[in-house]
Ligand binder design. Structure first.
Ligand code: MF3
Ligand code: CO
Ligand code: CO
Length: 255
């Protein structure tokens, strides 16, 4: 695996793409309400990305994916295809946004509650959030990918949840999915060493039950084998001289 180092000019373009990605999530959050369908959320995001941001929704037609965003509800782990299912009170939903601006990608996802969540829905969502941040906190030059994976896995398993192994974070830049693969499990001190100028995602999928998953016949939708709830959060990060810059922070979290 060979991770590319972004130049300062490329890093600036990644900042812009990351900010636009976060802006889409900030925009769509208040629209996640009981009765709205996931394809309505897709259309709103598509129109905002294309019409307002003058950017490109990267998922649309990516390897045949038919929509502009991924919407993964309850026991859907990732890559849910927006459709006519209306969201209901108590659902938990991941919305995953990837935009391309001036040739560079930003990739981020968040969980949203439809009305008041169940205890289990709130719990798996919080564990996935904490696990993502445990991984992000490891990012600095000289750290290794295994340090990130271990931190994510330890955080998740210490709270009685499990980490999905079949999907991982990834380098990102001009490409949607670049090297390296960023596993969400592993051993400290192993794997590629991080260097200033690398950009990649950390995006753990956390199941309330067992870690096993199944791909539905649509070829995209990934669900938990045991039908337990699943949650995911994702940020795009840049390795800086002293640590890490999170490129996809929402407006409320920006310094
Ligand atoms: N955004 C996802 C990721 O985090 C990838 C979605 S691929 C798609 O890597 F085709 F389903 F959109
Ligand atoms: Co990603
Ligand atoms: Co994503």
């Amino acid at each position: 695996m060979n991770a590319s180092i972004k130049t300062p000019a490329e890093q600036q373009l990644m900042r812009i793409a990351g900010r636009l990605t976060a802006d889409v999530l900030d925009m769509i959050g208040p629209q996640v309400q009981p009765g709205v369908s996931t394809e309505e959320l897709d259309r709103i995001c598509h129109d905002f990305i294309v019409g307002v941001q003058q950017a490109i929704p990267a998922p649309l037609n990516y390897r045949g994916f038919p929509k502009s965003i991924c919407t993964s509800v309850n026991h859907v782990v990732c890559h849910g295809i927006p459709g006519d299912r209306k969201l209901r009170q108590g659902d938990i939903v991941n919305i995953d946004i990837t935009v391309i601006k001036d040739g560079f990608h930003g990739d981020s996802s968040r969980m949203f509650f439809v009305g008041k969540p169940t205890v289990q829905g709130a719990r798996v969502t919080q564990v996935a959030f904490d696990a993502m941040w445990a991984g992000i906190r490891m990012v600095r030059p000289g750290a290794r990918l295994g340090d990130i994976g271990h931190a994510v896995q330890a955080c998740t398993e210490s709270q009685g949840c499990s980490v999905v192994r079949e999907y991982c974070g990834h380098g990102i830049g001009r490409g949607f999915h670049e090297d390296p693969q960023v596993l969400h499990y592993g051993r400290p001190g192993t794997g590629m060493e991080l260097r200033e100028g690398m950009t990649f995602t950390i995006e753990p999928m956390v199941n309330a039950g067992e870690r096993g998953v199944r791909l539905l016949p649509d070829g995209w939708t990934v669900v938990t084998r045991d039908h337990s709830l699943s949650a995911q959060w994702e940020h795009t990060v840049l390795v800086t001289a002293t640590g890490c810059e999170v490129l996809t922070l929402g407006a409320a979290d920006r310094p």
